[in-house]
Design a protein around this ligand. Structure first.
Ligand code: ATR
Length: 297
């Protein structure tokens, strides 16, 4: 795409951002939809986030993504925050408004759209979420929003699972999420009584992430045998140990690359008001897969 005097600039702020795949997503979407826009990465340290937002507003930047470590702290610097993003406590997308930027969380939608694309019905589903970090929070809100029937969240530090459960349950107005320690993952009967059998297992910890590719936060064959499907939000490696176990148990397993694609598409749609056609989404996904394969070499 040719950059001209009218090209609108979008971007990502975070630290680090140099290896982000978001420029690939958004520049390809711009090309596919024929919009005169470009997307670049801005490495921004914590002390500079306020100045970066003021500068971005002054420069006429229409929208930005926010990544680690600013997803929480940026909220205080926005003119408004979407109620769902406010409940999640994390913002990953900024849309320019009259006074500054409004914050949204498209990770929540990204997870729901990945599940839909994989043919996984979240409505009424029993789900076991492994991990209780920032990513798990978005996943649990997504599950609650999509009408999951029962969610067990297991984490090494049980208190953190408790905090996510409290936040989601108070947002939902019912006891939907049950916090637990990791030991529940090997307690077949208890897990079955809480999540039902045939649950969706979602892996959100950093265990199994490259280069730690031989590890899984749960190894018990019964845990995988009792599941119906698995999603690991890691996308490097392409097949994590967790996914391998799930497939060995005879169930489908998906990595997190589609979630990454769909959070990007949701941001793009918020910025531009355009609906991304499926064909364009498929082409961007193929390019993302190719990019990741190249990085793994
Ligand atoms: P993210 O934002 O990507 O979710 P995070 O907030 O740092 O990252 O969360 C990392 C998650 O991986 C946490 O659930 C963490 O467990 P703790 O809350 O107990 O720290 C989990 N995790 C990391 N290393 C782990 C390990 N070796 N075993 C089990 N869980 C681990």
């Amino acid at each position: 795409m040719e950059i001209t005097g009218t090209t609108e600039v979008y971007g990502l702020i975070g630290s680090p951002v140099a290896h982000s795949i978001s420029p690939l997503i958004h520049n390809m979407l711009a090309k596919k939809t024929g919009l005169d826009m470009t997307y670049v990465c801005f490495p921004v340290a914590g002390r500079d986030v306020r100045a970066a937002l003021e500068g971005a507003f002054a420069l006429g930047i229409r929208g930005m993504n926010v990544t680690v470590p600013h997803k929480q702290s940026v909220r205080a610097l926005l003119s408004s925050v979407d109620p769902l993003a406010d409940a999640v406590g994390a913002v990953n997308t900024l849309v320019r408004d009259g006074d500054g930027f409004t914050g949204y969380n498209t990770d929540v939608e990204g997870f729901a759209r990945e599940a839909a694309a994989c043919g996984i019905l979240l409505q009424g589903a029993g789900v076991v979420v492994v991990g209780a970090g920032g990513a798990a929070r978005g996943v649990c809100f997504s599950l609650a929003k999509e009408g999951a029937g029962r969610i067990v969240i297991a984490n090494r530090t049980k208190e953190k699972a408790g905090r996510i459960a409290d936040a989601v349950n108070s947002w939902k107005g019912e006891t939907l999420v049950i916090p637990a320690g990791m030991d529940i993952l090997s307690d077949t009967e208890k897990l079955k009584s809480l999540a039902g059998s045939g649950y969706l297992a979602v892996q959100t910890t950093s265990v199994g992430l490259y280069p730690d590719t031989e590890s899984s936060p749960v190894d018990d064959p019964e845990f995988f045998a009792q599941a119906a499907a698995g999603i690991d939000i890691i996308y490097n490696p392409e097949e994590t140990r967790f996914m391998k176990y799930m497939r060995q148990a005879g169930h489908p397993a998906y990595n997190g690359l589609l979630m990454l694609l769909y959070q990007g598409i949701a941001s793009f749609e918020l910025w531009t008001g355009r609906k991304v056609p499926k064909e364009a989404a498929d082409e961007v996904y193929a390019a993302m897969q190719q990019e990741m394969a190249g990085r793994r070499k």
